[in-house]
Ligand binder design. Structure first.
Ligand code: UT7
Length: 336
């Protein structure tokens, strides 16, 4: 049995900064409400014509991660791409990335696990490396939310939260057992699938039917629906549960954590977890203030920033944790 480690990290966010004040010109919202309820000050949105798409941003992040890993794109054995906002209904972004990076015929797959997407993707990559089937895996999380949000009063409780961006990690076989990904723990609870969902366009909600059934456009299934308070309550329970699960499986305790990178869902959720686990400010990394919630991209963007800022050093115990639509949740325990 082998062990995997992260050999390189990269991230990319579009240049276009959208502040809370910018949003208040589009809908009935304000900076005070958004900051108080979510901690978000601004986010990035793709600007029409800037060339960015979910796959393109993923490629930009991947190029940085590949360069830092010193692993050639030609040595990548598998691409795993996590997103809820793919460029196309099919095929997935993984094969688009493969084409854009000019990688020959390695397998490429997409993971559709929303906010937990990056941890699920990391876990998939880790299993392939552990068994020895593959040595180097490119893992990407990328989202283009701004293209699919309702920027009217009707969508304000959802659209102020989400932002665009991408993050990537190159995983490789670790030469030292004990260094790298120690474990991943994944969960889902499908009975809450509709509490945070986007129904159409889909095979159940084709566009012509949507238009025929909603001539006034008052019940539009192709914007996301979120039962915010219900999601919030479940998130704070599941986050701490799955962090404890990962630590216990490795004989570790909360006090051993050097850096917790929670999925950037809402600053209030991160603060709840921090308080519940009794972690200091230095033990938790947040950057939702600048980028909003970038779903599958949020952990790799935050992980990359924490590493770039020297907040993660060799030997550190790094914990990643996420919760989101599905519901799905998970954690990864990493000895850096
Ligand atoms: O990453 C995936 C997982 N997602 C999450 O983890 C999100 C979890 N949930 C949340 O973060 C919070 O529930 C929200 C930030 C989405 C909402 O915060 P809340 O404290 O639960 O607010 P609420 O939905 O209960 O709304 C409170 C009030 C309502 O007005 P009334 O009924 O009290 O008059 C809303 O209409 O705030 C109003 N409101 C807004 N006001 C200004 C909702 N959205 C906005 C807005 N600006 N953007």
């Amino acid at each position: 049995m082998y062990q995997s480690k992260i050999a390189g990290l990269g991230s990319y966010v579009p240049e276009n900064v959208v502040t809370n004040d910018d949003l208040s010109k589009l809908m009935d919202t304000n900076d005070a409400w958004i900051q108080e309820r979510t901690g978000i000050k601004e986010r990035r949105h793709i600007k029409k014509g800037d060339g960015n798409t979910t796959a393109v941003m993923g490629v930009k992040a991947a190029k940085i991660a590949l360069e830092r890993s010193k692993i050639s794109k030609d040595d990548i054995d598998l691409i795993v791409f996590a997103t809820l906002s793919p460029d196309l209904y099919f095929p997935g972004c993984g094969v688009q990335v493969q084409e854009m990076l000019d990688i020959d015929t390695c397998p490429a797959l997409d993971v559709r696990n929303q906010c937990s997407g990056f941890i699920y993707a990391l876990s998939v990559a880790d299993q392939f490396i552990k068994t020895g089937m593959y040595k180097n895996v490119l893992v990407i999380g990328s989202e283009n939310h701004s293209g699919g949000l309702d920027f009217t009063d009707r969508g304000r409780s959802v659209s102020v939260i989400f932002g665009d961006g991408a993050g990537a990690a190159v995983l490789t076989r670790s030469n030292h057992i004990g260094q790298g990904i120690l474990s991943t723990h994944l969960h889902s609870e499908g009975k809450h699938a509709m509490e945070l969902s986007l129904k159409g366009p889909s095979t159940l909600h084709w566009v012509p039917e949507i238009i025929a059934e909603n001539p006034q456009g008052d019940d539009i299934p192709y914007y996301p629906y979120m039962n915010g308070q219900f999601v919030f309550k479940n998130a704070i329970e599941r986050f701490s549960e799955v962090i404890h699960e990962g630590l216990t499986a490795n004989g570790l305790e909360v006090k051993d954590i050097n850096m917790l990178i929670p999925h950037q869902a809402n600053l209030r959720i991160s603060q709840f977890i921090q308080k519940k686990l009794d972690l200091s400010d230095d033990q938790v990394f947040n950057n939702i203030q600048k980028y909003g919630n970038t779903t599958a991209a949020s952990i790799p963007i935050a992980l990359t920033e924490a590493w770039e800022q020297g907040k993660i050093k060799e030997g550190d115990l790094v914990v990643l944790a996420a919760f989101g639509s599905g519901f799905t949740w998970g954690s990864a325990i990493i000895e850096w």
